[in-house]
Write a protein that binds this ligand. Structure first.
Ligand code: SF4
Length: 351
């Protein structure tokens, strides 16, 4: 095994012994970086002389994850739960989900948010970052260590803040919930070393390196689960939302389709259509909610059009994209937006 992986395990053993009083939370997306973190964590967990007070693996389900990858991760999590139980490893597995008002289509169809772009990326915080923050808030942030798959050289901005820190492996995360510790086991690793960890370490046994490698072709990167607004859009990597319009091309989806997952074609076409209608002035209010000039939310007609397309997509893919809670909230939000339109039919509602 390469030195970098052994070094990461050593660092993790030391960290676990140093912070055995803490609740260790492992942020897992299913991608290669968080898979490497999990494997390194488990090797260290086996070797550490003291075990941490508690350990939980968390996965954030946005509700719009790429269906192939979503199925891969959820099956894996189910197997992991069973594997931890039979190996008597007291590690919890939790799937977190954004509150209904933050879900992708509630914002888009219900409130008329235009499909996200890099300059208006309204989705990451609500779908991925806030559920993790809320989980940590519920577990005494000051006693929490979040193990995260951040690597140096992933983003120049992030690099600058990492370089300011005396110990690259330990960082502080400051946000609404206060402050908590981040431990970055793979911070010094490059991509081949990450794959070394994925292939070279055995636990959890249900995580098959070859299956994971097969999901990757030419995409890389994972969605952030902590506040890192400068990070690249999540869907520029393998694991992200099938609805993502932040990236110009859905390389990940295209690659999966090329490799035979033709069931993704309807999702792919829908995403393409979303990018096309985004800047169509006839589908947007002429003013923002604040009253400022400039393209505002999607019109009610455009939102209805999106809803119809989703229903067609649900039919074509035999899947449920909107659940009953989301539909209920969308209907209420429509009622709210429709009322001011009666008085301002041409200009859209006032703030
Ligand atoms: S993958 Fe795209 S749509 Fe999903 S949270 Fe990330 S930026 Fe937003």
């Amino acid at each position: 095994m390469r030195d970098a992986v052994l070094h990461a395990i050593d660092m993790c053993v030391k960290a676990l012994e140093q912070r055995a009083d803490a609740h260790w939370v492992i942020a897992f997306s299913g991608g290669k970086d968080s898979s490497a973190v999990l494997k390194i964590f488990l090797s260290a967990y086996r070797r550490a002389r003291v075990r941490p007070r508690a350990a939980t693996l968390i996965y954030c389900d946005t509700g719009v994850e790429n269906p192939i990858l979503d199925a891969y991760v959820k099956t894996l999590l189910m197997r992991m739960r069973a594997e931890f139980e039979s190996a008597e490893l007291p590690i919890g597995v939790r799937i977190l989900k954004a509150p209904v008002q933050d879900r992708f289509f509630v914002r888009l169809i219900g409130r008329g948010y235009p499909p996200p772009t890099n300059s208006f990326r309204w989705c990451t915080t609500g779908l991925r970052i806030r559920p993790v923050s809320q989980f940590i808030r519920g577990h005494r942030p000051e006693d929490t260590v979040l193990a995260l798959g951040l690597r140096r050289s992933e983003s120049r901005q992030r690099d600058r803040s990492l370089q300011r820190s005396a110990d690259l492996y330990w960082q502080k995360q400051r946000e609404g919930v206060g402050e908590y510790d981040l431990f970055l086991p793979i911070v010094e690793m490059d991509v081949p070393e990450v794959w070394d960890a994925v292939f070279g370490l055995s636990e959890p046994r249900c995580l098959k390196p070859q299956a994971l490698e097969d999901l990757y072709r030419d995409a890389s990167g994972e969605c952030p689960v902590i506040k890192a607004p400068e990070a690249p859009p999540c869907a520029s990597g393998r694991f992200g939302c099938w609805t993502c319009t932040v990236v110009r091309k859905d390389r990940s989806g295209a690659e999966l389709i090329r490799s035979g997952h033709h069931e993704l074609i309807p999702y792919f076409k829908f995403r393409q259509w979303l990018t096309e209608i985004r800047n169509d002035p006839s589908r947007r209010w002429p003013r923002r909610r604040s009253g400022q000039e400039g393209m505002g939310p999607l019109t009610i007609e455009a939102r209805r059009e999106v809803l119809e397309r989703i229903e067609e997509l649900e039919f074509a893919t035999s899947s449920e994209i909107l659940d009953a809670d989301e539909r209920g909230l969308i209907a209420s939000l429509w009622r709210i937006d429709d009322i001011p339109r009666l008085s301002f039919p041409l200009n859209g509602p006032r703030a």
